[in-house]
Design a protein around this ligand. Sequence first.
Ligand code: PAN
Ligand code: ZN
Length: 188
Amino acid sequence: MANELMKPFAVNIDFQRGTISAPARVLRRTLKDLEGLFYDEEEYRRILAKEDPLLYEVYEVPVPNEEGHLLSCTTIIYPGKVGKEYYFTKGHFHEKEDRAEIYTCLQGEGYLLMHTRSGDVASIHMTPGVSAYIPPYWSHRTLNCGSEPFIFYGVWPGDAGHDYGSIKEEGFPLRVFEENGVPVVKKI
Ligand code: PAN
Ligand code: ZN
């Protein structure tokens, strides 16, 4: 029985760079992976015709995607904008919508945007040390509104899953634009 149990292990998280040592898996998303998500479609296409910049990287600790386990990862969002809108993550609900998550900011400056299916919205300004609780049933998207990489560490239940479909179809009701040099959160 005992030899069927998973063995404890550890990884190293570089708090400055946001990388996680092996055996972490790395996922990279470029501008073309976020098709249809930015507000300024014309500007999106104009940039993509010239280049396909890296928007963010995710270093995920490999544990089974199963009930009882805890998944964790760092996300590094690079500074940049499409038009006036800051680079962001795709954003999702959990497939099992009653699964919560915790995001802790390690470096840089950003926003965590959230909404519910019944129309509530919330945003949290993220700076190093801010640890945000995303309750069950809240979608979540993050963005970098600073000039350095924005890095946070997230922990969530192994069986949560990701549902990107509804945000792609319906859009995210909160957006953050640079206006007169400062980030402004807007309900669209
Ligand atoms: C995070 C996110 C990660 C990337 O690990 O998956 O920050 O964002 P997208 O998945 O929206 O592209 C998380 O919330 N996991 O559940
Ligand atoms: Zn999540």
